[in-house]
Design a protein around this ligand. Structure first.
Ligand SMILES: C[S@@+](CC[C@H](N)C(=O)[O-])C[C@H]1O[C@@H](n2cnc3c(N)ncnc32)[C@H](O)[C@@H]1O
Length: 346
């Protein structure tokens, strides 16, 4: 059970003005407030005006918002970043958060106005905000190169934020070659290859993604251990020669029936004793949290594909069993995002 505190009026205010709270974070990032306070903590409002080239009224509005939300802290006349933000700058995570804010602003916000309609229609009505005629977000990206670039840059950051959990929890002992199904730009194969020097990888993804992945992999000097192949993960057979199949941030896109089908294809491609690994954000079996999964589900319900959902741990166990896998094991990440790995064996 998630630890859900009773609603207060302050909590109601945060919800009522939830998108305004996001705009404070977004403007603080876009206008360079957080970067400025990182390099020059303790500036006054007047100094912030001068440094950012903004007038008095906008800076008052911005500092009121960021400070009331706890993003910045006021000490007398002086402002600094919250300790958490400075920590994110210090360990390099801010670069990632920066992309996540971009993703929320430019991809999620325009589509999420269709959330209610998406629930009513039980499908991703927000896809109408994306150019092209493909059946899902991924098939539409190639119709809009600018969006495609933004998407893969941000997707990579979402994965970099959470994939230390994958690297820590995925036990590749005895594994020789992993098939990374819908592996995107190779971000997870790269992280796993760097952590497991004896293991090789094949990344499968749509034709438009393959060049991006090859470039990324070559930049890391891993082209001899990570092969990239264009494939449709539903229509095409999975190549042989893999003793582990990975679905990273993949089964979250499709319906239970489609997931059982994909897991069935993985089962057919694996030898006896081969492993399947699913890496994803997970929601609790109790159906009341965590908050991250609850709120990120607005995006999943509205945009990627008709049935996308942050599923519960138990649903993966049901699909594993339906596909023939045994010995399911849950490996929660235990970090602030609800990512975890769930594995099973053929
Ligand atoms: C949410 S992204 C996850 C990418 C990567 N696994 C990660 O964790 O960063 C989903 C990926 O699945 C790919 N994909 C979607 N439909 C596909 C299909 N029918 N065949 C092959 N790849 C597909 C997309 O192009 C995209 O790269």
């Amino acid at each position: 059970m998630a630890d859900v505190s009773p609603l207060t009026t302050d909590g109601l205010v945060r919800i009522l003005f939830g998108s305004s709270a996001f705009q404070m974070l977004n403007a603080g990032r876009n206008l360079g407030l957080f970067r400025l306070l990182r390099s020059s903590p303790g500036l006054t409002a007047r100094e912030v005006e001068q440094e950012l080239g903004l007038a008095e009224r906008p800076v008052q509005i911005l500092l009121l918002g960021t400070t009331a939300l706890g993003l910045t802290v006021r000490e007398g006349e002086h402002y600094r970043n919250a300790g958490l933000l400075d920590g994110l700058f210090a360990d390099g995570t801010w670069e990632i958060i920066d992309d996540l804010i971009d993703y929320e602003e430019r991809i999620v916000r325009p589509a999420e106005v269709d959330f209610t309609e998406s629930l009513r229609a039980d499908t991703n009505v927000g896809l109408r905000r994306i150019k092209g005629s493909g059946p899902d977000l991924y098939h539409r990206l190639s119709a809009d190169p600018e969006l495609e670039q933004l998407f893969y840059r941000c997707m990579r950051s979402w994965s970099r934020l959470s994939n230390p959990v994958l690297v820590e929890k995925a036990d590749l002992t005895g594994v020789r070659r992993v098939l990374d199904v819908g592996g995107g730009d190779g971000v997870n194969a790269i992280a796993l290859a760097e952590a497991n020097p004896g293991v090789s990888f094949t990344v499968l993804d749509l034709p438009g993604t393959v060049e991006i992945a090859r470039r990324r992999i070559a930049e890391r000097g891993l082209a001899d251990r990570i092969e990239v192949r264009a494939a449709d993960i539903f229509a095409d057979d999975y190549p042989p020669g893999h003793d582990c199949v990975l679905f990273a941030n993949q089964l979250v896109i499709w319906s239970p029936e489609e997931n059982t089908r994909l897991l069935g294809k993985a089962y057919a491609a694996l030898p006896e004793g081969g492993r399947v690994l699913v890496f994803s954000a997970m929601s609790d079996d109790s159906g009341d949290g965590p908050l991250y999964a609850a709120l990120d589900n607005v995006y999943f319900a509205t945009l990627p594909a008709g049935s996308s959902t942050i599923y519960r741990w138990g649903q993966y166990e049901e699909w594993f069993a339906a596909a023939g896998f045994v010995k399911p094991e849950r490996l929660p990440g235990g970090r602030w995002t609800p990512h975890g790995v769930i594995s099973a064996v053929k």
